[in-house]
Design a protein around this ligand. Structure first.
Ligand code: AMP
Length: 555
């Protein structure tokens, strides 16, 4: 059933192959080809470490050998949760070499999310780090592995600490030691992996509960790398700075790291999105392209106004994952001496980006044109009928790199897709005659908090377990900095509403990622309901917007 999620109907698959979108290459072969064509070129700069394509290729084989000794085999799922570091790239390609499937966890994920991933994917291993900002990822891994014994190995990039004696724990260094060929060059490893197999699992932002899994195949994801890179005109001289978390589809492949590898360029990893740090890297490495989300734009603009750093190498500043206001877009165009390239992308597939030579009015107001001529886009009304260009409707799409079904969620697929296989994005857009899409809103129940997606139902599910909360609705309200912030509207059992801080501790104890914690708590006496007795979120929202006396506010 899961494999089926990653299958296109045979007539589509044949067409995508015949028209050259799918080229029959696996990611393992892809890296080997890069090493052949660009061997001495620096593939990754991570702090003071520089790794060439030839080295990366050898390191991936060496690590694959070690991973195979740990019992990881073709088709096995392996959760990766790492900060921006070269090891992410090596592990990812080592898994490709084995035909194993990386599962991209996000840096902020905690027990609830990782346990969900372990359960859904039946992962056999978990690659993580030691400490970040005082949070012990090894303890998180041990807890998840205790509950999900399918996880037989925990690989730690960093210090094993008190887990040194735990037979499930391995240090990255111990697994990679020895011969860089690892005995795993060539056909030995990937001989039976097909380019139509699942290459990786990404997470959907989700709307209904825990995130759904998105299976991407070698064929489709490599085409994504190529098409996205072409839209940004990447070539071997391109130097891409990875600012946002490496596991995000945006950073990894839009065009991001894989798109840069496709072109034979160089990837520079930033450990922080802080503009002072990033500008230093841009100057030092002569970066040509980078990507941020709208939440970072004000800080980047502010830093730009007084930095002494030489940013003259920068050709493209790509922005997406949430709506950039037209006003901020214009400020960027006025203050950065490079192209602004807005994008609208999704882990499910479809990737849109503006053309670099689009008129400035378009660059500042549109979020792009689909990158593939084979992307089919229909903007539809609530009855599924296409609306004329210029009118707002839901963006639905299918194509050679857009999923046809979620992994292990057959029952959801009936509503997430149209009967003829178009993915319903839940995004409200307008399409111009030139094909440019402009995002005007959203119909899916999801909060986009600075690019991090939150499913209200998931947070509500946890909050309802709080001893004083009887009813709860989680709503996203507009916010100047984050785009949206999260408000928990609660009816209590008569006691005072819990404070924001109390709820964030409560949710952290439940193992939820911190970014899902409400920014504000509002108590109401009664929750507005629909005639059918469901919470009327529209009415709740109006209540908040009016901030009426009915709402007793606790911040
Ligand atoms: P993700 O899969 O986490 O990358 O989230 C994809 C979703 O992010 C899309 O369906 C949109 O709702 C949202 N998104 C991405 N880019 C933009 C953008 N430029 N403007 C508005 N929303 C965006």
């Amino acid at each position: 059933m899961n494999e089926a999620a990653a299958k296109w109907p045979e007539d589509f698959a044949e067409r995508y192959r015949a028209e050259g979108y799918w080229q029959g290459t696996t990611f393992s072969d892809f890296l080997r080809e890069r090493a052949h064509n660009f061997g001495d070129t620096t593939a990754i700069v991570d702090g003071v470490n520089r790794t060439s394509y030839a080295q990366l290729n050898r390191q991936a084989s060496a690590l694959a050998g070690g991973l195979r000794e740990l019992g990881i085999e073709q088709g096995d799922r392996v959760i990766i949760q790492l900060p921006n570091c070269g090891e992410f790239v090596t592990v990812w390609f080592a898994l490709q070499r084995l035909g194993a499937i990386p599962v991209h966890a996000q840096p902020g994920h905690r027990r609830a999310e990782i346990a969900h991933l372990a359960r859904m994917t039946e992962a056999v291993a978990y690659v993580t780090t030691d400490l970040i900002g005082g949070f012990d990822h090894r303890a998180l891994a041990a807890g998840v592995a205790d509950s999900y014994p399918s996880i037989r190995a925990v690989l730690v990039v960093g210090d094993l600490g008190e887990y040194r004696g735990d037979s499930r724990f391995f240090s990255f260094a111990s697994v990679t030691h020895g011969d860089e060929t690892g005995g795993l060059t060539g056909h030995l490893v990937t001989g039976s992996v097909s380019s139509s197999d699942v290459a990786l699992l990404l997470l959907s932002g989700g709307t209904t509960g825990m995130p759904k899994l998105i299976a991407r195949t070698h064929d489709d994801y490599l085409y994504n790398s190529r098409a996205a890179g072409e839209r940004s005109r990447l070539d071997p001289s391109s130097i891409y700075l990875a600012v946002l978390p490496i596991a995000f589809n945006f950073t990894w492949n839009c065009p991001g790291i894989l798109g840069t590898f496709y072109a034979g360029g160089t990837v520079v990893l930033s450990q922080s999105p802080d503009p002072a740090h990033c500008f230093e890297l841009i100057e030092r490495e002569r970066v040509t392209m980078t990507a941020i989300n709208p939440q970072l734009a004000p800080a980047w603009l502010a830093e730009k106004s007084f930095t002494n750093r030489d940013l003259s190498s920068l050709e493209i500043l790509e922005i997406g994952s949430a709506r950039l206001s037209d006003h901020t877009a214009r400020e960027i165009v006025a203050n950065f001496d490079c192209k602004l390239q807005q994008i609208l992308g999704m882990s499910e597939g479809l990737f849109c980006a503006n053309h670099l030579d689009d008129d400035v009015d378009i660059l500042c107001s549109a979020q792009g044109v689909p990158v593939s001529p084979a992307d089919e886009v229909r903007v539809v009304d609530e009855n599924g009928r296409e609306v004329p260009n210029g009118e707002a409707g839901e963006l639905t799409t299918r194509g050679p790199y857009t999923l046809r079904g979620y992994w292990g969620a057959a029952e959801l697929n009936d509503t997430a897709f149209t009967p003829d296989g178009f993915y319903r994005t839940g995004d409200l857009v307008r399409q111009s005659d030139s094909g440019h899409l402009t995002v005007v809103g959203r119909i899916k129940e999801q909060i986009n908090r600075g690019g991090e997606k939150i499913a209200p139902a998931e947070v509500e599910g946890h909050l309802i377990a709080h001893p004083t909360i009887e009813t709860v609705a989680v709503i996203g309200l507009p916010d100047n900095t984050l785009g949206e912030r999260t408000v928990a509207v609660v009816v209590t059992d008569g006691r005072a509403a819990p404070t924001r801080r109390e709820l964030s501790v409560f949710l952290a104890e439940a193992g939820l990622a911190a970014y899902k914690s409400p920014d504000r708590v509002v108590r109401v006496d009664t929750m507005p309901l629909t005639p059918l007795g469901k919470i009327d979120k529209g009415a709740v929202r109006r209540l908040l917007e009016a901030d009426t006396a009915a709402a007793v506010v606790s911040r």
